[in-house]
Design a protein around this ligand. Structure first.
Ligand code: HEC
Length: 200
């Protein structure tokens, strides 16, 4: 009978399985911490909530090959400068409303959701809002009465009235503004932002 070579011995492969599993557990724990760090508001990719006090615009990054969000001068939302806690409360109200009304049934946010309706990840900079000066009001009006302010973009699709209050609409606009400042590695692709003639 020929002897089993060392590399095919059962005990070697049993040990190998244990070591590889243990190693991957360590790698996964490391990656989890890294991901949490990267997706926490206040980090490099996901700015803190008070970013809604500032102008958010897109700039082509030739090294990375796509548009990236940049944070510019002061541009308070609804004419108010909010501290971090107030900004967080407003963005959270928007996020909870978006969850409660299940906007993802039709829209996509940060890669999650449906494609019946426009992707909302960069909706803050959608050219459909015509100009920065009227955008906030147009968004509030649209969210509170989407049927009456429908644009449809030739698709014939309409957003239903979801009984959103003025406060909730303000929260949603804050949530959308904050979300547009997140560095999503160029997702969604091929997005052209609204006219940014004012630069930084
Ligand atoms: C039943 C499907 C549906 C649901 C649910 C829905 N929407 Fe819409 N939404 C649409 C459609 C269709 C459009 C495009 C039509 C238009 O702009 O008139 C739209 C457009 C929008 C726009 C404009 C997008 C842009 O880039 O210009 C915003 C903002 C928006 N919806 C926010 C929301 C929010 C917030 C919710 C949840 C509270 C929501 N929608 C729920 C169908 C839906």
């Amino acid at each position: 009978m020929t002897e089993t070579p060392w590399w095919s011995s059962e005990s070697l492969w049993r040990k190998m399985a244990i070591w590889v599993t243990a190693f991957m557990v360590v790698v996964l724990i490391g990656l989890t911490f890294d991901t949490v760090r990267q997706i926490t508001a206040g980090g490099k990719r996901v700015p803190s909530y008070s970013v809604i006090n500032q102008k958010i615009f897109y700039e082509f990054d030739s090294e990375r090959g796509f548009q990236v969000p940049r944070i510019g001068e002061s541009q308070p939302l609804f004419g108010r400068i909010l501290d971090e806690a107030e900004a967080k409360a407003l963005v959270t109200l928007g996020k909870l409303t978006v969850q409660a009304k299940n906007c993802m049934n039709c829209h996509t946010l940060l890669g999650n959701g449906a494609y019946y309706a426009p992707d909302l990840t960069k909706a803050w900079l959608d050219p459909a809002w015509a100009h920065e000066d009227i955008r906030e009001q147009l968004m509030l009006d649209f969210l509170q009465d989407p049927a009456g302010n429908a644009r449809t973009f030739g698709s014939g699709r309409r957003m239903p009235n979801l009984n959103i209050t003025e406060d909730e609409a303000q929260g949603i606009v804050a949530f959308l503004k904050w979300m547009s400042s997140i560095d999503t590695n160029g997702f969604p692709r091929g997005f052209s932002p609204l006219d940014q003639e004012d630069g930084v």
